[in-house]
Design a protein around this ligand. Structure first.
Ligand code: CP
Ligand code: NVA
Length: 312
């Protein structure tokens, strides 16, 4: 239900699919904002406030949204996990309606995509997904911006994701499809990405002429790759499964031997935080093909474009 004060015309970014009509426009706006920032920026969000609700820790998401809002002329308020306790201290719907009376947009890092959607349905201001159990759309936008900068194109490239078929992998499948990039995801059989998301991504891929494939052999997946991407084996909230996951995922470590299967000028991406010696060998993440810190920086630029798209 939308708040009576709202006009009902707000735009949420819960999934990469919520950018399906203007994903490349958002990426090109982000690139422009990055370039223009040095010249002194206009302030399209002057006086606007972003409420940032976190149920999990964060370095990049928190700081990049806060700095981004400042650079756009607005400001951000950090709301810690203990403060609101969504659904415990107060119902999701009440939190959404109260926050909507104070702020112009909400960035939410959640455990559950279902709660994310419930918050968005009950808020009269735009809600941006800052990671949940199903997707990490802002990360995906930053990743595509990074690849675009380094390779000069997106369509037709081969992106190989190795490891856990998690939120980051799901968003990358959608993002790759939207830009016409081929993607292979190599995961253990019980850790495949979401079947529902894959089906939606495949539908888009068909119209873009690119190929999305799931497989279990990471070496086969890495063959001829332009980009190799991995993420932690233990996502936030899965800490109890740490020992078991580290054992299961060991053959999926991105190391020099695996990277040798990729093109010589492949890019290595990781959303961070990274665990050297686990999902990635230090030689790869700290090696010449790694662009992880440009990727982290691009969270700022990509999100500024997203913020302007939904809040200006
Ligand atoms: N990549 C990412 O979302 O980092 P944080 O968890 O530090 O925000
Ligand atoms: N898959 C990881 C990403 C962290 C940015 C997690 O959900 O914890």
């Amino acid at each position: 239900m939308l708040d009576e004060l709202g006009d009902g015309l707000k735009r949420d970014i819960i999934s990469v699919l919520d950018m399906k009509d203007d994903f490349e426009q958002i990426l090109s706006n982000a690139a422009k904002m990055k370039k223009d920032h040095k010249k002194g920026q206009k302030e399209p969000l002057k006086g606007k406030v972003l409420g940032m609700v976190f149920e999990k820790p964060s370095l990049r998401t928190r700081i990049s949204f806060e700095v981004g809002m400042g650079q756009l002329g607005g400001r951000a308020i950090y709301i810690s996990p203990d403060e609101v306790s969504i659904g415990k201290r107060e119902s999701v719907s009440d939190v959404a309606q109260v926050l909507s009376r104070y702020v112009n947009g909400i960035m939410y890092r959640a455990f559950s995509n279902q709660v994310m959607r419930e918050l968005a349905q009950n808020a009269s201001v735009p809600v941006i997904n800052g990671l949940d159990d199903i997707e990490h759309p802002c990360q995906c936008a930053a990743d595509m911006l990074t690849i675009m900068e380094k390779k000069g194109k997106l369509a037709g490239l081969q992106l190989t994701y190795v490891g856990d078929g998690n939120n980051v992998c799901n968003s990358l499948l959608l993002g790759a499809a939207l830009v016409g990039m081929n993607m292979r995801a190599a995961t253990p059989k019980d850790f495949k990405p979401s079947a529902d998301i894959l089906a939606k991504a495949q539908e888009i891929a068909k119209t873009k002429g690119c190929k999305l494939e799931l497989m279990s052999n990471p070496f086969q997946a890495a063959e001829g790759a332009d980009v190799i991407y991995t993420d932690t084996w233990v996502s936030m909230g899965q800490e109890k499964e740490k020992a078991e996951r580290e054992r299961l995922f060991l053959p999926y470590q991105v190391n020099v031997k695996m990277a040798e299967r990729a093109k010589k000028d492949f890019l290595f991406l990781h959303c961070l935080p990274a665990h050297r010696g686990l999902e990635v060998a230090a030689e790869v993440i700290d090696g010449p093909n790694s662009v992880v810190f440009d990727e982290a920086e691009n969270r700022l630029h990509a999100q500024k474009a997203i913020l302007v798209a939904v809040m200006a």
